[in-house]
Design a protein around this ligand. Structure first.
Ligand code: NDP
Length: 282
């Protein structure tokens, strides 16, 4: 038995691989923990989090669509959470929630460490302006991309994200329908949840890619199918789903809670073994 309770909150959340990942990290590092998935609709999130804390909850991950709500519930936040305006990691400290965001570092570590890519000087397109897009945008700038263009279905949210980044020379928004005029990108990142709506088609001009373009979907599994299909048809060189980022952001959260950095490669390999058809990275 352990009184170290951790959880991932989301809506829906039953699909989440986080409980398996954290259980594997716990076994690997010899840290006893209990990590569950808790479904909470946005209006039920605050009370659900409170009762989790009352029951001994020490830390939590937060996923769609609760990351911006989680930010608002924190007593203190890290600088990267404030830059993102969204929180994916909650840490219980002195009876209060402290918020951090490991999505950005998770994506960048997956691309630079696991895939060995250099993001410096690359022109990047970010699709989406929700909680996850807000998390990865500052990290892409920190990784040295030369330009970060943001497009979102609701254009005002892309404008707000670009403004919040405060780097008008590198980060700016465009209407989705105007992307056709923007030339090609070395990196195209899908941070929308379009694929979770039930496999609708990804409507994006093929001119955005060249044979040297890396296409990255934050989604994995079935939710990644529409964007990865677009990327392959567009002839992108590397096509990567979000499984590596998922493991890396989990490892960064684990380190915040337990002070130990787990090995991600074996956990990634185990998960990928079950889902090999959904990624190619050559
Ligand atoms: P949010 O709900 O905060 O944002 C959703 C985003 O998707 C918004 O930009 C929204 O646009 C856009 N969107 C939704 N439906 C459509 C559609 N039909 N067409 C075009 N755009 C659409 O979600 P998150 O940002 O938290 O998550 C986004 C995705 O990334 C999720 O599917 C999530 O599973 C995945 N993810 C993966 C991670 C990983 O570790 N691999 C980590 C975090 C997220 P609008 O503003 O117009 O509503």
């Amino acid at each position: 038995m352990t009184n170290h309770h951790y959880a991932v909150f989301g809506h829906p959340v039953s699909h989440s691989l986080s409980p398996r990942i954290h259980a594997a990290f716990g076994r690997q590092t010899g840290i006893g923990l209990e990590y569950t998935a808790i479904d909470a609709a946005p209006e039920a999130f605050a009370p659900a989090l409170e009762s989790f804390a009352a029951g001994g909850g020490k830390g939590a991950n937060v996923t769609l669509p609760l990351k911006e709500a989680a930010f608002a519930l924190c007593a203190t936040t890290s600088e990267r959470a404030r830059r993102a305006g969204s929180v994916n990691t909650l840490i219980r400290n002195d009876g209060q929630w402290q918020g951090d965001n490991t999505d950005g570092i998770g994506l960048v570590r997956d691309l630079t460490e696991r895939l060995g890519l250099d993001l410096r000087g690359r022109r990047a397109l970010l699709l989406g302006a929700g909680g996850s897009a807000r998390g990865v945008a500052p990290a892409l700038l920190d990784a040295g991309v030369s330009e970060l263009m943001i497009a979102n279905r609701t254009s005002e949210r892309a404008d707000a994200l670009a403004d919040a980044l405060g780097e008008p020379a590198r980060a700016h928004s465009r209407y989705w329908d105007d992307l056709v005029n923007e030339g090609d990108f070395a990196l195209v990142v899908n941070a929308t949840s379009l694929g979770r709506d039930g496999g609708s088609e990804f409507r994006l001009p093929f001119q955005l890619s060249t044979p040297r373009t890396l296409a990255v979907d934050l989604n994995y599994g079935e939710a990644a199918i529409p964007f990865l299909a677009w990327a392959r048809t567009a002839g992108c060189r590397d096509v990567v789903d979000g499984l590596g980022m998922l493991v890396e952001q989990a490892a960064a959260s684990f380190e915040l809670w337990h002070g130990v950095r787990p090995e991600t490669a074996p956990v990634y390999a185990a998960l990928r073994g079950k889902d090999a058809s959904l990624v190619t990275a050559d």
